[in-house]
Write a protein that binds this ligand. Structure first.
Ligand SMILES: [Zn+2]
Length: 159
């Protein structure tokens, strides 16, 4: 068993912090597209907003059989993920919020595709609050903060 700790990422030019809790790191890690036939996976990120620009991610939803998973594409069946979001929001008395999306890419050092850009722009336009986005690559993780600047970092230094 790996021993994970909360991973705190400081996006300095955003003046923002993103905290990934161990269960979230584990889920992202487990869905890395390592094999040639692994499919893209993805879901939504849920957690707490600590102030306007700080995010504590406590849950990443996992793909369901209703999600169409291809090797180079991932189409979310949004009702399931929205349902989880609504349940968490209710259960927490309205404190656990939708923070953004995650998905995997079959590349070592992931870069957002033009489809990702379009999708994220749409989500940003429709969200009253700032969002973050994560792409899980084979080696590292791409994290984009609210001002559309991304950073790559290693999620699992301990492995
Ligand atoms: Zn993508």
């Amino acid at each position: 068993m790996y021993q994970f700790q909360d991973l705190a990422i400081h996006l300095s030019e955003h003046k923002c912090w993103v905290l990934l809790t161990p269960p979230v790191q584990t889920i992202l890690h487990n869905y890395r597209q390592l094999g040639p036939f692994d499919h893209e996976a993805g879901g939504i990120l849920l957690g707490y907003r600590r102030g306007e620009m700080d995010f504590e991610v406590i849950l990443a939803t996992e793909p369901t059989p209703n999600d169409k998973r291809g090797m180079f594409s991932f189409f979310r069946s949004s009702w399931h993920h929205q349902d989880v979001a609504r349940q968490q929001w209710m259960k927490s008395g309205g404190t656990v919020d939708y923070l953004g999306d995650w998905h995997t890419h079959p590349e070592d050092h992931p870069t957002p595709s033009s489809t990702d850009r379009r999708e994220w722009d749409k989500l940003r336009r429709n969200s009253p609050r700032p969002l973050i986005f994560i792409i899980v690559g084979k080696v590292d993780i791409y994290l984009e903060g609210p001002n559309k600047k991304g950073h790559r970092f290693l999620l699992y230094n301990s492995i």
